[in-house]
Design a protein around this ligand. Structure first.
Ligand code: CO
Length: 136
């Protein structure tokens, strides 16, 4: 298990265009990628900040994980994501430690990545995403 860097901090928002405009106005930053990820029920925008990203997440509907998060908590920080060199090795390691996983197996993420989530109840009340970037 090796964490390469803090890939992104994800923020759940009601409206992606409004959030992107807000970041442009306040911080002078623009998204590098924007894509719909059907399997996660989100549209996401990735705003580069140094070597990491702010990931703005808008649910595709109320009955998606991010949709339910928004109705319960409102807008705000949703998860943090660590880049790993091998997501398979990372998941094996976490299973061997008895970690509570949301995803037992990797699934497709943005930018052609493979991702998996670790349950917030596992450590520090924080939803953690592991990302293996393609070509990493
Ligand atoms: Co993420």
């Amino acid at each position: 298990m090796k964490l390469l860097n803090l890939d992104h901090v994800a923020i759940a928002v009601h409206d992606l265009d409004t959030a992107i405009a807000g970041y442009a106005d306040r911080y002078g930053v623009e998204p590098l990628y924007r894509e719909v990820i059907e399997t996660q029920g989100v549209e996401e925008a990735m705003i580069p900040v140094g070597g990491s990203f702010v990931q703005l997440l808008m649910p595709l509907g109320p009955e998606t994980p991010v949709g339910r998060f928004l109705s319960k908590h409102g807008e705000g920080m949703h998860h943090i994501a660590f880049a790993v060199s091998s997501i398979d090795a990372a998941l094996e390691h976490l299973k061997s430690r008895g970690a509570r996983l949301v995803d037992e197996e990797p699934r497709p993420g943005g930018r052609g990545s493979r991702i998996a989530f670790v349950h917030p109840a596992d450590l520090g009340g924080t939803l953690i995403e592991l990302v293996e970037l393609s070509g990493a």
